[in-house]
Design a protein around this ligand. Structure first.
Ligand code: UD1
Ligand code: CA
Length: 456
């Protein structure tokens, strides 16, 4: 049996430079809080326990994350990273190996963390370090003459020679929980910042002859932390760049990979094309041959093969059948289901409605709480009056119906199969199948009528 894994995530810091009322780790990257990214990476390792150390921002953090199985350790006041991990110790299994992560370092790859847990399971201390062109501000990795890690010195405590070291501490490490607890209990705060430094644990361990094994990330973005809104925006772009690269590698055409935002999961079939400035939220599925025009926003949407979205569409909670053509400027709201080969045109809003095979709603219409059959043609400016101010009612439009322009369908109402509704009708009673129904004031012309003229 290999030892259990406990993960500690440090998230108590102030995040002063964000200049925000929101705790730093709740700021979103790719649509999810920073802390959620770290939790997701931890989850891939199937740990027995995850403990989040929180403090600044108070209960906002446990409340926002709301995951029952998490342990929360409050650190107040915040006296340094060593002090922070100390607060988690009562939650840790002394037999476990402990992986320490930062809540504000969101993009560490699971493979990197996995490698560290393997090292710790073999009895060594895994320390994630990286060489930086500009190491200013970071703790420096001090190695002995034989190249072994000896200790970490914080920037503010470092000598000029130590400041010249370009290998820095990322803060991420993995080590036996029992020994960690012992070292933490012996930490002092006699340093430039008067803090209990977690990094001093490395010096203690090395002095006791423990083996400290440096690991390195595959890319620098894996270990970048967020301290400011600028860094948040930079890391967002790096993440989106990675997402775009992966999509293209998989066969998706992106007209400009720098103008894509995926804030959830985007699953694509073969030969999908995405034009510029599209935003994908929640779970989006684009089947083979789907084309998404410029400036579309899609949230929790599934588009079947061959669907073409023209520019400026907003789709939320919609399911679209094969070869449908939508847009430009269409809005599909939750509960919309469009069958194959439907056509939805400009300034059309559809909500909580099913639209059958090859039906067309091409201009300036609102269709809400409706069931629309096959091969129906809905003329420009048609409105389902689904709301009476208190309740919603359904409109049923059967197969092969033709609805003339500027029609109001006052729900609940049914239009029978093959019926024709004359333009301008306000339909308040069911329209029988196969016949023309219309409500229209009689047209009249007043002979001799003259336009008023302005008084001089
Ligand atoms: C720390 C490391 C430094 C490393 C750097 C990498 C120490 C002493 N220094 O420095 O070697 O190069 O990270 O970014 O560990 N936190 C708490 N409670 C506290 C203090 C911090 O939870 O009392 C959390 C913060 O929320 C943050 C993390 O710990 O997630 C790191 O804190 P930060 O203040 O950024 O550490 P640095 O001084 O930058
Ligand atoms: Ca930091």
């Amino acid at each position: 049996m290999s030892s259990p894994l406990n993960v500690v995530i440090l998230a108590a810091g102030r995040g002063t430079r964000m200049k925000s009322d929101l705790p730093k780790v709740l700021h979103p990257l790719a649509g999810r809080p920073l802390l959620s990214h770290v939790l997701a990476a931890a989850d891939t390792l199937s740990p027995e326990k995850i403990c989040v150390v929180y403090g600044h921002g108070g209960e906002a953090l446990p409340k926002a994350i709301a995951r029952d199985e998490l342990a929360w350790a409050k650190q107040e006041p915040q006296l340094g990273t060593g002090h922070a991990v100390q607060q988690a110790v009562p939650h840790l299994d002394p037999e476990a190996i402990c992986l320490i992560l930062y809540g504000d370092v969101p993009l560490t790859r699971p493979e990197t963390l996995q490698e560290m847990t393997l090292i710790a399971r073999e009895g060594a201390i895994a320390l994630l370090t990286v060489r930086l062109a500009n190491p200013a501000g970071y703790g420096r990795i001090v190695r002995n003459a034989r190249g072994q890690v000896e200790r970490i010195v914080e920037h503010k405590d470092a000598t000029p020679e130590e400041l010249a070291i370009d290998e820095v501490n990322t803060g991420i490490l993995c080590l036996p929980a029992g020994k960690l607890a012992g070292w933490l209990a012996r930490l002092g705060n006699d340093n430039a910042q008067g803090e209990y430094y977690l990094t001093d644990v490395i010096g203690m361990a090395a002095a006791e002859g423990e083996k400290v094994m440096p690991c390195h990330p595959a890319a620098e973005w894996e270990v970048l932390g967020i301290n400011s809104r600028q860094q948040l925006a930079q890391l967002e772009r790096m993440h989106q760049h990675n997402v775009a690269e992966a999509l293209m590698a998989q066969g998706v055409t992106l007209i400009d990979p720098a103008r894509l935002d995926v804030r959830g999961s985007l699953e694509c079939g073969r030969d999908v094309l995405i034009d510029v400035n599209c935003v994908f939220e929640g779970a989006v599925v684009l089947a083979d041959g789907v084309k998404v025009g410029a400036n579309c926003v899609l949230k929790n949407v599934s588009l079947a093969a061959g669907v073409e979205l023209q520019p400026f569409c907003h789709l939320d909670g919609a399911k679209v059948g094969a070869d449908a053509r939508i847009g430009p400027f269409s809005r599909l709201r939750p509960g919309t289901e469009l069958a194959e080969e439907t056509h939805i045109g400009n300034f059309v809003e559809i909500k909580n409605s099913q639209v059958g095979f090859n039906s067309k709603i091409n201009h300036l219409s609102y269709v809400g709480d409706a069931t629309v059959g096959r091969k129906v043609n809905i003329g420009a400016g048609t409105i389902t009056c689904n709301y009476d101010g208190a309740n919603k009612h359904r409109t049923v439009i059967e197969d092969d119906v033709f609805v003339g322009s500027d029609t109001q369908l006052v729900a609940p109402v049914t239009v029978g199969q093959g019926a024709t509704i004359g333009a301008g009708t306000t339909l308040t009673k069911d329209a029988p199948a196969g016949q023309l129904t219309l409500s229209r004031a009689k047209q009249l012309t007043l002979p001799g009528w003259q336009r008023p003229v302005k008084k001089k």
